[in-house]
Design a protein around this ligand. Structure first.
Ligand code: KG4
Ligand code: ZN
Length: 335
């Protein structure tokens, strides 16, 4: 075995049960993600209690698999890292409990890091170089936040959503349109068959500061779809739905890109890192990447590091370097 130190990372903040093994230089040796989409699909969104139960069932097998794939045994581990905030409390508790128990029984340090720090750090890992300071956008099912990321563990909030997250707008609209869960990929697929501009949807708060608001968008989709169902012949409804999906995707992307531009202008920073499940969206990836034409260093992690995973818990190596160990009574912090 190489002489580097090995860490186990655990993620159970929402609906992915994930574990990863990484080194003290944040090289990922294995990353295993068990997604619970099949558990939540019929409800059109994540059901917190079911998420916690599914984590309980999968967390040990997922950890075992991450250790096996990286040819690591428990005795090789130097520390245990866990995302202990933010997220669904019942879901977080599973990962935090397992992490604490492993750290205590192996008599090794415990590192507690934020899921949001992890999403930004995924960009640092993808870049393979220092990316701080930068503007960072995390857009996921639970969060839409802009940060001035001063260092891996120092994220200063510039703005965030006042109601629904961007991913939630995708998920709820997808449910309204009967396209299933998770909504982001479903809307993206549907949008490929339609054209934006055929419907008119709002771009909430696009000219207003660095906060976001997406709940009105879902209502606008509901109204537009209801109108369609009443007025458009049944044979033309599939096409109308594709156009509506395309417009929704464009509206969310317009808002996210425009807020990133404003945050860059206001901070004077020339580097932008993006992360979170919504960043898996191809239209968003293309459009945000275009900012590089204006001299912005844009860092977009690969798709598998945008959606939830435990590799991004490698942000814990930064806590390790600073001797910032978690106390044995580390708690799950939902907000
Ligand atoms: O980061 P993530 O995996 O979990 C949370 O921390 O919430 O993000 C999940 C969210 C879901 O709302 C999902 O619909 C959205 O990311 N998402 C997408 C795409 N893939 C996942 N949204 C738009 N386009 C996609 N391709
Ligand atoms: Zn996430």
């Amino acid at each position: 075995m190489a002489s580097e130190l090995r860490f186990l990372g655990i993620e159970t903040s929402c609906d992915e049960t994930a574990a990863a093994v990484f080194t003290d230089s944040a090289q990922v040796l294995s990353s295993v993600v068990f997604n619970q989409h099949h558990v939540h699909a019929r409800y059109g969104g994540v059901v917190p209690e079911l998420a916690a139960r599914a984590h309980l069932g999968r967390v040990i097998p997922v950890i075992d698999e991450a250790l096996r794939r990286s040819e690591t045994s428990l005795s090789d581990l130097t520390a245990i890292a866990v995302h202990h905030r933010p997220g669904l409390v019942g879901a977080l508790v599973i990962g935090v409990s397992v992490a604490k128990m492993l750290a205590a029984s192996l008599d090794i340090p415990l590192l507690g890091v934020s899921h949001l720090e992890g999403h930004v750090y995924a960009a640092r890992m993808a870049a393979g170089r220092d990316i701080y300071p930068c503007v960072a956008l995390v857009a996921s099912g639970g969060h839409t936040v802009l940060f001035h990321a001063k260092s891996p563990l120092e994220l200063v909030r510039l703005g965030s959503t006042r109601d629904d997250a961007a991913g939630e707008a995708f998920d709820k609209s997808s449910a309204l349109l009967g396209l299933g869960f998770p909504g982001g990929p479903a809307i993206e697929r549907e949008a490929r068959m339609g054209r934006h501009g055929k419907f008119s949807l709002p771009r909430p708060m696009i000219h207003d500061g660095l906060d976001f608001s997406f709940s009105g968008l879902k209502t606008a989709v509901a109204n537009a779809w209801r109108k369609c169902q009443a007025q458009v012949p049944a044979t033309e409804l599939p096409v109308a739905r594709a156009h509506l999906a395309a417009e929704l995707q464009m509206a969310i992307t317009d808002v996210l890109v425009s807020k990133c531009e404003r945050a860059l202008a206001l901070t004077g920073l020339k580097r932008l890192a993006v992360g979170g499940g919504v960043v898996a969206n191809s239209l968003f990836r293309n459009r945000i990447n275009n900012l590089s034409r204006w001299g912005i260093d844009v860092i977009i992690p690969p798709m598998e590091w945008c959606t939830d995973n435990a590799a991004m818990a490698a942000v814990a190596v930064e806590a390790w370097r600073l001797n910032r160990f978690a106390p044995p009574d580390l708690d799950a912090e939902p907000t």
